[in-house]
Design a protein around this ligand. Structure first.
Ligand code: PLP
Length: 470
């Protein structure tokens, strides 16, 4: 028999509590509001709430309303995706990684996200607080594309360090670097066009190419010399490449930085074969040298480069502030950006502009780069001692990502699954290619608070690899 209406309502709210929509201690909608929302009488809602009280799910507080009990019902854990080997698609891997990256109990070697101690959170907190106190109307304003002039001015000043002489009008603010990459591809290519990408490549590029129905030609990329320009040239001749997405500085995942000669040749190739270079420079400011490497854009005499970057790796990934220097595609990119999102959050743009303006950024960068270098040394020493013979690592000159090549009989997907059971995250090599390569490779994020726990987790990974060989 069907249960009465008030019980159905109680069950529905209880489910919402279990699913974490209403957290422990949170206020649930008032009786009057629920009665309106659900189009039932106030009496029915009162009956439902009283049943929930009997079940210990909620508690009434006189004059305040109804609240979820603090301790009785916890939200369900986020659904875990069953770790099996045959669902090893990039999307599944990345979904699992995203779940893992939100779990504080997991050692976060997986996602390319710096631990919050490496971000200037306190300065941003002060800045946002001050803005909301002194200029509350900031929330009421749309900051239409191309975005905040003061931020674009600060970016133009910073980009002098990368060798680029820009006007604020050359720059469009985007929702992170991923949005900048998408806009670049949309401006340059149409469905079916071929895009040359690094292999291994940042997985966001693979996903963008897939979503836009483009074809990818994967160009091998080595940790020492970066993208193989002979192969790129052959690909350009054979396939008529429309664009090449390249990360000249501290490439994700392999850490390569291109030499001066390689940069010159790459630009020459783009001119000769008529393709656009989409430069992803999101790790450019994290170079371990005193002076950062030049951007490709700085030597873009023929206007074949689109430059993309963001503050996600060095200031605040959650602020989602990136930018694009579109060159000959600037007007189109700006138009697309406007159509897709109208505007970029004013508050976060202004907070970052203020942070850049006060001069603390360079100090912040110096400190974090030094810690990353220290972590890298510690990481490599552990890998050398505890991983199977034959394991090699990249030698990043900046950033915080290490690419590890295991002996070919060690399977990185198996390692990933076993590691996750032990609360250790990592990103297996399969996530960095569309062609099922890199099965004995993985990427490790070392922008972590390095302590005994981290040491132990990395040693545990070594042990799991050794076990696969025994
Ligand atoms: C190489 C590369 N490009 C772009 C992005 C995306 O950056 P954002 O978070 O600013 O969108 C990432 C993020 O991991 C990245 O590693």
């Amino acid at each position: 028999m069907d249960c009465p209406l008030y019980e159905k309502i109680a069950n529905q709210i209880e489910l919402q509590i279990q699913e974490g929509i209403f957290l422990p201690g949170a206020k649930i909608p008032s009786v009057r509001k629920s009665s309106k929302q659900m189009e039932v009488s106030v009496a029915t809602v009162l009956q439902a709430y009283s049943l929930l009280e009997d079940r210990g799910a909620i508690k009434a507080r006189p004059q305040k309303g109804y609240f979820v009990q603090e301790n009785r019902l916890q939200p369900k854990e986020p659904a875990k995706i069953a770790p099996t080997q045959n669902d090893a698609t990039i999307h599944t891997l990345l979904r699992r990684l995203l779940h893992a990256s939100q779990d504080d109990d997991i050692i976060q070697f997986g996602a390319a996200i710096p631990k919050s101690q490496f971000l200037p959170i306190r300065q941003l907190q002060r800045s946002v607080g001050r803005l909301m106190r002194l200029e509350p109307e900031i929330c009421a304003a749309y900051e239409f594309t191309p975005g905040s002039l003061s931020l674009r001015r600060q970016i133009a000043i910073r980009m002098l360090d990368s060798g680029c002489q820009l006007q604020p009008d050359d720059i469009t603010i985007t929702l992170g670097c991923q949005n900048a990459l998408m806009l670049s591809l949309q401006a340059v290519a149409k469905a079916g066009d071929t895009i040359a990408i690094e292999s291994p490549a940042y997985h966001g590029v693979l996903q963008a190419i897939e979503v836009l129905n483009l074809k990818a030609v994967e160009i091998p990329c080595s940790a020492d010399t970066g993208i193989d320009l002979d192969v790129l040239e052959n690909a350009a001749k054979e396939w008529g490449v429309k664009a090449c997405i390249v990360t000249p500085n501290n490439q994700n995942p392999i850490g390569a930085t291109l030499s001066h000669q390689a940069r010159q040749r790459l630009i020459q190739q783009s001119i000769q074969f008529g393709f656009t270079l989409i430069e992803d420079d999101v790790y450019g400011e994290l170079s371990y040298k005193d002076k950062r490497e030049r951007a490709l854009k700085a030597d873009d005499t023929n206007n074949t480069v689109i430059y993309c970057s963001s503050f996600s790796k060095s200031i605040a990934p959650g602020f989602r502030i990136g930018w694009i220097v579109g060159g000959q595609f600037q007007a189109k990119i700006e138009h697309y950006a406007y159509v897709q999102s109208l505007a970029i959050p004013t508050l976060t743009q202004t907070a970052i502009a203020n942070f850049l303006e006060n001069g603390a950024y360079d100090r912040h960068l110096r400190k974090t780069r030094q810690t990353y270098q220290d972590n890298l040394i510690r990481c490599q020493a552990i890998i050398h001692e505890h991983f199977p013979t034959g394991t090699t690592t990249s030698q990043p000159k900046g950033g915080f990502l290490l690419w590890i090549t295991l002996p070919s009989s060690v399977n990185a997907m198996t390692l990933h699954i076993q590691a996750l059971e032990k609360k250790i995250g990592l990103l297996p090599g399969l996530a960095f290619s569309l062609t099922a390569q890199f099965d004995h490779h993985f990427r490790l994020n070392y922008a972590l608070t390095w302590d005994n726990k981290t040491d132990a987790a990395l040693k545990e990974l070594g042990k799991l690899c050794q076990q696969q060989l025994s």
